[in-house]
Design a protein around this ligand. Structure first.
Ligand code: GLC
Length: 527
């Protein structure tokens, strides 16, 4: 028997944008609890909650000022307990976010660390003397723009921050930091959490010598943080060999609770991924490249296959999350983008591991249209040309009442035009052909075919290019992401199309050479 997540599908929730029970414009844990029947109906097995901890909100919760408290805008610990109890009653697991790479600058550890060089908390963070010219100690850059170092005038030293200056990086060479986090993991497990999604899991350890990162390509637009960040080979600030030791330790801490560790990792190469999930470290890692890629089917399929070959059970597959444009938009927009998104998700349901949907993905949503004056993401507000993440973070469209049913009367924290009926849960639920019902059907078909995640993966030699096929036990997944229908030679036997992302072939019995529609994925089982 596998662990509980074997065969499970997860659902990412951004608590700020999901449902606002107390009508203050911010989503809360109680609002989310009241929506659990929807998630149960949809057929997901677990929810992952983005941070709901105390935070000044410079990065909307990814800047934690107290790891064991609930931010009052989201509720309190009693709300958390009620949410977990209700979710468990419904058979839903609850995975919480943990942010170990950095705390908030408002955390008491950092405040005390800043007060004096002799503070016992000083060494909880990464401090360095200025370079000879007085500038930052090395050339590392922040993901969110500017250098990864800010000068603390009082002590004359720089602190390291791979994100905002308000997100100082913790010093994971300090045993006291490791002990603090053991306690935080136990705290949430004792309250019933079923696991953790680990933010920037590949970032914790840094090069012991803090060497410069080599620059790969020239920078054309210094105001664009993504371009600047991508111009370097992140040899020394990310994905250090020693980071996986931390997860072996965490694995021992959480083992008695049957909890999962899911890392948000972005290793330099696919062959470095297995290091995180082999042995007794993380259980799965989010493979994020498909989240950021535009529609390049050949490249996408090459990466998916390579990743599945690197680890069949250790990957949490995603095409959408709270950090990128929605896949329906990124994959070309319109109905084509929606079909491509579902075709990709369908194929990911056959790749083993623990796939996740992102709130609203099941509705086939495109990016929201936002006025620049309403942007909230620090990537947009602190940079001239930063393309921010707000477009995917607007409120969940439940119906066509005020603010799409998110809040009763309050204006949502992120102001955006309401979505029309056909983009809401209410508008799609009763329509068997809606995106919502197509996603629901996909989850139910996956559940009914355990071979799809348990069978040994055997990749077919053909087709290649923008199509790919994989057999697992008595099931086959064929993705044809090209623009024309394709012929695929089925192995001997009679095969039934159990799910077709286009919806036209479901139920068909096929044998020998079979036609697979354009930009579609079929899941078949042997009769
Ligand atoms: C991760 C989160 C992102 C956050 C960043 C810093 O990438 O997914 O939303 O801004 O880490 O914590």
């Amino acid at each position: 028997m596998g662990r509980w997540w074997s065969g499970s599908v997860g659902y990412e929730i951004y608590p700020r944008s999901f449902a606002d029970a107390n009508d203050d414009g911010y989503g809360d844990l109680e609002g989310l609890r009241l929506r659990l029947p929807y998630l149960e109906w949809l057929g997901v097995d677990a929810i992952w909650l983005a941070p709901f901890y105390s935070s000044p909100g410079f990065d909307h919760g990814y800047d934690v000022s107290h790891y064991c408290e609930v931010n009052p805008i989201h509720g309190d610990l009693d709300d958390f307990d009620r949410l977990v109890a209700d979710a468990h009653d419904r058979g839903l697991r609850v995975v919480v976010d943990i942010v170990p790479n950095h705390s908030s600058s408002h955390h008491r550890w950092f405040q005390q660390a800043r007060e004096s060089r002799d503070s016992p908390y000083r060494d909880y963070y990464i401090w360095k003397d200025p370079a000879r010219d007085g500038g930052p100690p090395n050339n590392w850059v922040s993901h969110f723009g500017g250098p990864a170092w800010t000068l603390d005038e009082a002590s004359g030293q720089y602190w390291c921050h791979l994100f905002l200056p308000e997100q100082p990086d913790l010093n994971w060479t300090n045993p006291a930091v490791r002990e603090e986090f053991d306690g935080i993991l136990r705290f949430w497990c004792d309250r019933g959490a079923d696991g953790f999604r680990i933010d920037v899991a590949h970032g914790l350890m840094k090069d012991p010598e803090f060497r410069d990162n080599p620059q790969r390509v020239p920078i054309t637009d210094p105001e664009n943080p993504a371009e600047v960040f991508g111009a370097y080979d992140h040899l020394h600030d990310l994905d250090q060999d020693a980071t996986t030791d931390i997860y072996r330790r965490w694995n021992r801490v959480i083992e008695p609770y049957d909890a999962i560790l899911i890392g948000e990792t972005n290793p330099r190469t696919i062959d470095r991924v297995a290091r995180y999930v082999e042995g007794d470290g993380l259980h799965t890692i989010f493979y994020l490249e498909p989240v950021w890629m535009s529609w390049k089917p050949v490249e996408l399929l090459d990466k998916l296959e390579a990743m599945n070959r690197a680890s069949d059970t250790g990957v949490s597959w995603v095409i959408d999350n709270h950090d990128a444009s929605r896949s329906a938009t990124l994959f070309g927009g319109g109905v084509d983008g929606q079909h491509r998104s579902l075709a990709m998700m369908t194929f990911m349901c056959a790749l083993g591991g623990f796939p996740f949907l992102w709130e609203g993905q099941e509705l086939g949503l495109h990016d929201a249209q936002l006025e620049t004056t309403n942007l909230e993401d620090p990537i947009s507000t602190r940079n001239e040309h930063g393309i921010g993440r707000d477009v995917t973070r607007t409120v969940m469209p439940w119906d066509t009442t005020h603010a799409n049913g998110f809040s009763a009367t309050a204006e949502p924290w992120l102001v955006a035009p309401d979505r029309p009926l056909e983009e809401t849960v209410a508008g799609q639920k009763g329509d068997p052909d809606s995106w919502l019902n197509k996603h629901r059907e996909l989850l139910s078909v996956r559940k009914s075919l355990p071979d799809l995640w348990q069978g040994k993966p055997q990749w077919f030699a053909a087709p290649r290019g923008n199509a790919r096929a994989l057999r697992r036990g008595d099931t086959i997944a064929v993705a044809n992401l090209g623009q024309a229908a394709m012929e695929f030679e089925l192995p001997p036997g009679s095969w039934e199309v159990r799910y077709d992302s286009r919806g036209t072939a479901t139920g068909d019995r096929l044998a020998g050479p079979a036609t697979v529609a354009a930009e579609a994925t079929y899941l078949l089982s042997l009769r």
